[in-house]
Design a protein around this ligand. Structure first.
Ligand code: GLP
Length: 239
């Protein structure tokens, strides 16, 4: 696991964008695993800029997102579909981009379909991750086990509180989500985790320094051969 600590969030975002850009330049038909949340936003802005500058071309790339809320219409401004369109897809020329469907009539079938679509595309080359305050990756919440495949998850109180800021009220935050499982994340050839801010410091400490445990789902990343963690000083303050 490689850990890099930067003074500012901007530097973290630039470094993350550099790694994604290198991936796309080296392998123009890359399969990218993308994440939502505030952590990758600066990285996406940099990628958009490099696309506009003619440095990057995504026309052969496809992407799969980690997760989506269940029961939230895709047009809702807080859906991850809407987020990804606004923050990235509307501004670059990605060949195709897929998110799990949190409104599918049969959610279990949708979990299997998402895993199968990733497999059929050849697997994820580079997976971008943020991290929850409780150490979740995707929406894989603290649990007594690690779940391999895409799953339907009940959000914990900590996640509902953390994500409440995007919604009008706490009641409006969906309680369920569909998330790529830990096996899906660990199957990516390379993983890039971005964390910023003091509220991530404990999760980062537990991920990097403590035992591997399903109570901190990100800790399993230590068993992956090719993980890069990019942190600002605040997120690294407990290391
Ligand atoms: C959500 C997402 C995660 C994300 C996390 C952190 O719960 N499901 O994929 O990593 O939030 O978000 P942020 O980057 O906004 O702190």
């Amino acid at each position: 696991m490689q850990v890099h600590v930067y003074d500012t969030e901007k530097q973290v975002s630039t470094a993350a964008a550099m790694l994604l850009a290198a991936q796309v330049i080296r392998k123009p038909d890359s399969v990218l695993g993308l994440a939502t949340g505030s952590s990758p936003v600066g990285c996406y802005q940099q990628l958009i800029q490099w696309y506009r500058d003619g440095v990057l071309d995504f026309s052969k790339c496809i992407s799969f997102n980690l997760d989506e809320y269940c029961g939230l219409p895709v047009e809702h401004e807080c859906s991850y579909h809407a987020f990804m369109k606004e923050q990235l897809f509307d501004h670059i020329n990605m060949k195709a981009s897929y998110l799990p469907d949190g409104n599918a009539p049969d959610l279990q079938a949708e979990c299997r379909r998402h895993d199968e679509a990733i497999r059929a595309a050849g697997g994820i080359d580079l997976q971008v991750l943020g991290i929850g305050r409780n150490g979740h990756i995707g929406f894989n919440e603290p649990a007594n086990q690690l779940v391999y495949g895409t799953q339907i998850v009940r959000l914990t109180e900590s996640t509902i509180q953390a994500n409440r800021r995007f919604f009008d009220s706490e009641d409006a935050v969906p309680r369920q989500a569909i998330s790529l499982g830990i096996g899906g994340i660990m199957s990516a050839r390379e993983i890039l985790l971005i964390a910023m801010g003091a509220d991530k410091a404990q999760a980062i400490q537990e991920t990097i320094m403590h035992d591997i445990t399903p109570q901190v789902q990100a800790s399993i990343l230590r068993a992956h051969p090719h993980v890069t963690i990019l942190l600002d000083k605040a997120a690294a303050s407990r290391l």
